[in-house]
Design a protein around this ligand. Structure first.
Ligand SMILES: [Zn+2]
Length: 551
């Protein structure tokens, strides 16, 4: 039977540690603090830094409790006296908690300084916990510094922060500092098992390991996720329902994508990526998971297999794949891919698609840059392919497009210089134009117009080739065109785009938008070859096999 939880506090509050011994994964902190209380040599100012949800605030409260406890035992609070009980229930008047994210002004710190001058009410010490301390304004931080320099003897101040680098060094140097760690996966899973036993939640170990994995060392996240899923599935957790609830990616697929990226198998990359998109998995999550698969391949390569937390099956597959590629290549691809900005929630997942294509293009480039190409290093597909490919006959003559496979370019030049050079130039132009455009989008990826991020919007531009210093922005859809028209009504936005384009293309360029309302305008006709993805695929040696009408 499922217990009725409605009158209870949420799980992570019920399981909040109440003594140093109950803290998980922070023994280096709890031992030192316990000894300090026991030996009565604590400091008046502490700084707890570390990721969210790892126990900073809980530790601060335990310290407040232990310092004030009427009969603490070996540095631990007794949990029985009125002081201990009042801290546990949140009614201890001498424990003052301030959230610096919302109380960040100098007035707030002045109030604190004033109240610090008064003696404690019920306890021996007044303890101030300033959470999110990095949120304090410059002046508030200066005012706090004065208090830290000369704290009243009955006052202990504990600062907690997730961003220690944002705190003034003068403050950091005034405090005794403790760095809280992410909680190790093993410890986290053990803790979840304990909770499940106590709370009568039936859960397989594997299902709890999945929760651990997505919690990335945060106890609070792990406990919250456990509670949510346990409510969702009536306290019955299996690997399947946890992974479906968390939208977890089948890791064999992300590994498959990593493998296809390394082998430059564009069609497999896209097929697998879209199978995940179709399952409703977020593009950003897909990118993260592919990066993780690549990371694991690199770790195997350098013999650090122990760091990998994966099923045997995945590890076995990863070992096979990593044997096929050099460490250099895996690292290079991981670096390029992780630098691409993928937009969460985007549909169609254009930024993810572009990121994947960029990785493949970069590989093509590094191969082209090599002066000597050994036959074994050429992709098998390339050597088998005919020297000149013509697009499927069913496509009208004027739309046909010839591409030449990169490995045979030099040979072709010798055989038939004029034709080959022409074809080669055509390919080159399409290639570099796209690269430059990616650069433009990259530069504007954090520039926001009135409603949209300019870089993301501009990624949808088709065939961005300037003519006579004018670059016509052409979009496939009417909506995108209208969005862009709205954005460049703002002259500053227009100027920003123009200056970025001019800088990247190295010429003075003005932009205009091609409206796709005018149906008699031949140029506005949508050609499949104008789709940036298709164009890049062609420039890499792909060919159009079949066109589907989308009406
Ligand atoms: Zn006590």
């Amino acid at each position: 039977m499922v217990e009725n939880n409605t009158n209870k506090k949420v799980l992570y509050l019920r399981w909040r540690p109440q003594s140093f011994n109950e803290l998980i994964g922070q023994e280096h902190v709890s031992t030192t603090l316990k000894n300090a209380v026991m030996n009565k040599n604590w400091s008046h100012a502490y700084l707890f830094s570390g990721p969210r949800g790892v126990g900073k605030t809980s530790t601060a409260r335990i310290l407040a409790k232990a310092l004030n406890c009427q009969n603490s035992i070996q540095g631990e609070p007794c949990e029985k006296c009125s002081i201990c009980k009042s801290v546990t229930t949140g009614n201890m008047i001498d424990l003052i908690e301030i959230d610096a994210a919302s109380h960040r002004k100098i007035e707030d710190i002045r109030d604190l300084k004033d109240s610090a001058q008064y003696l404690p009410n019920s306890g021996k010490y007044k303890v101030y916990i300033i959470d999110e301390a990095h949120g304090l304004t410059k002046f508030a931080a200066e005012a706090l510094l004065k208090l830290l320099e000369e704290p009243p003897s009955q006052v202990v101040i504990i600062l907690a922060t997730t961003e220690i680098q944002s705190l003034p060094p003068t403050i950091v140097s005034r405090c005794q500092r403790f760095d809280f760690r992410r909680i190790a996966d093993n410890d986290l899973t053990k803790h979840l098992i304990k909770i499940c036993e106590t709370e009568k939640i039936s859960a397989t170990k594997k299902s709890l390991e999945l929760i651990t994995k997505v919690s990335t060392g945060s106890l609070r996240d792990a406990e919250n996720i456990l509670e949510q899923i346990s409510v969702q599935f009536n306290s019955n957790l299996t690997e399947e329902n946890v992974s479906s609830s968390l939208g977890l990616i089948d890791e064999t697929i992300s590994l498959e994508i990593a493998f296809s990226l390394l082998s430059k198998d564009t069609s497999s990359v896209f097929k697998n990526t879209h199978s995940l998109i179709d399952l409703g998995i977020d593009p950003l999550e897909i990118q993260k998971q592919i990066i993780n698969s690549l990371r694991e391949l690199a770790l195997i390569k350098i013999g650090e297999i122990n760091i990998i937390n994966q099923s045997e099956n995945i590890i076995k597959k990863s070992i096979d794949i990593s044997a096929k590629f050099s460490l250099n290549k895996i690292v290079e691809i991981t670096n390029v891919f992780s630098k691409q900005e993928v937009i969460s929630g985007e549909y169609p997942p254009i930024s993810l698609e572009m990121a994947l294509i960029t990785v493949i293009i970069k590989q093509e480039n590094s191969i082209n840059q090599k002066t000597t190409v050994t036959p074994t290093s050429i992709n098998q597909k390339t050597t088998v392919a005919p020297t000149t490919k013509t697009i499927n006959k069913s496509i009208p003559e004027k739309q046909s497009f010839q591409v030449i496979s990169s490995s045979k370019k030099e040979l072709e030049t010798q055989k038939n210089p004029s034709e080959a050079t022409l074809v080669k130039q055509k390919t080159r132009n399409a290639f570099t134009a796209d690269e430059r455009w990616i650069k433009v989008c990259e530069k504007l990826k954090r520039s926001r117009g009135k409603k949209y991020t300019l870089g993301s919007l501009l990624r949808n531009v088709q065939n961005p080739l300037p003519k006579n210093s004018i670059l016509t922005l052409k979009f496939q859809s009417k909506t995108l065109t209208e969005n862009m028209i709205e954005e460049i009504k703002n002259q500053q936005v227009k100027k920003l785009i123009e200056s970025t384009v001019s800088e990247v293309y190295n010429e003075n360029i003005t932009i205009k938008i091609l409206s796709n309302n005018s149906s008699d305008n031949n140029e506005s006709e949508t050609k499949i070859e104008d789709n940036p993805i298709v164009r890049m695929a062609i420039s890499m040696g792909g060919k159009i096999i079949n066109k589907k009408e989308d009406k």
